[in-house]
Design a protein around this ligand. Structure first.
Ligand SMILES: O=C(O)CCC(=O)C(=O)O
Ligand SMILES: [Fe+2]
Length: 326
């Protein structure tokens, strides 16, 4: 999609790759070790593009790798957890690239902590702000803004595309020069709070998280934590700065219509992402992505982690001893 804005760096794989998939379970260390070795089968041009992005993210905050192996595909499942008969080529592809960037992890509330998550449109979630929606645009967000162990990278591998579904992206590198000095100054101050994504609450009550800045680090090349749906400024000035950022993101975003074999890597500290609305058919031919999250290292989340699954609980339990009217 040509919006005149900075688009992701793109590399194309032209080599026919045939991965041997291990018998091991997808999240197991045996499978992950196998994925690490599989990386060596990718052409040098692809491996060096990933290594370069890892060292210094592209100004867009995203790298698009085209032409990766995804294996044989059955019908798109009706929900992310419906078992499918697919082979494990795409999982190997995703985890191979994930291991080149850091450590793949799952989050317990996100489909039970699965390392690889199917993203498919569901009938139940058509209108909601969740990855399984379709009839509404998914607002700009970084992944898990409220989470102390939020991912460093988000990887989206397209198994089946939809010509109308555009993954939207906006980089703080492109947006920053369009913000006034006052807005920038405010965004660097801890005057913002982020609510918890619904999918993490499991019946508990939402609470706003700790005070945090939206922008951090180098004033010319900051990192960003932003969620257009879940974040609020704690005073009028902070709220106005957040709105100014939101407008700048809208005005300077680009989009990628993911196609079969495309792997989009998003640096979660540089770019926000979202998705356009589209019309699924719910007939087995719908859009199907697989997603994995990558953290820089496993040490930081150790107290909250079981294996590769980050367990942090959010929200407040509902009062169990509320007075009864009897
Ligand atoms: O469906 C997409 O293109 C993006 C979905 C999304 O925001 C996500 O998976 O985190
Ligand atoms: Fe997302």
């Amino acid at each position: 999609m040509n919006t005149g804005h900075i688009t992701p760096a793109i590399v194309v794989n032209h080599v026919a790759l045939h991965f041997v998939t291990p018998e091991a379970e997808i999240g197991s260390e045996v499978f992950i070790d196998h994925a690490t070795q599989t990386l060596a089968q990718l052409p040098e041009s692809i491996r060096s593009a990933i290594a370069q992005f890892h060292q210094e993210p592209h100004v867009s905050g995203a790298l698009l790798i085209k032409g990766l192996p995804i294996g044989q595909l059955p019908e798109t499942p009706p929900t992310p957890t419906t078992p499918t008969s697919k082979d494990h080529t795409s999982e190997l592809t995703l985890l191979a690239v994930a291991k080149a960037l850091g450590e793949p992890v799952g989050y317990k509330p996100e489909l039970g902590g699965r390392l690889i998550q199917n993203l498919v449109p569901t009938q139940a979630n058509q209108d909601r702000q969740v990855s399984t929606s379709s009839k509404v645009p998914l607002m700009f967000h970084i992944e898990a803004a409220f989470h102390p162990h939020r991912p460093a990278y988000l990887l989206l591998l397209c198994l089946k595309g939809d010509a109308n579904a555009v993954t939207t992206l906006a980089s703080i590198r492109e947006v920053l020069p369009h913000l006034s000095d006052d807005v920038k100054k405010t965004l660097f101050e801890p005057r913002f709070r982020t609510a918890v994504d619904e999918s993490y609450l499991n019946g508990r009550t939402n609470v706003l998280g700790e005070l945090m800045p939206v922008l951090s680090g180098d004033t010319e090349r900051p990192t960003m934590v932003f969620d257009a749906d879940l974040m609020v400024g704690i005073d009028d000035e902070a709220q106005a700065a957040l709105m100014a950022l939101s407008r700048a993101v809208e005005a300077h975003h680009t989009g990628v219509c993911l196609e079969t074999g495309d792997l989009l890597i998003v640096d979660n500290a540089v770019a926000v992402h979202g998705r356009s609305q589209y019309n699924p058919r719910f007939d087995g031919t719908d859009r199907w992505l697989q997603r994995t999250f990558v953290v820089d290292n496993l040490q930081a989340s150790a107290p909250d982690r079981e294996g590769r699954v980050i367990m942090t609980v959010f929200g407040e339990a509902l009062e169990s001893h509320s007075p009864r009217a009897d």
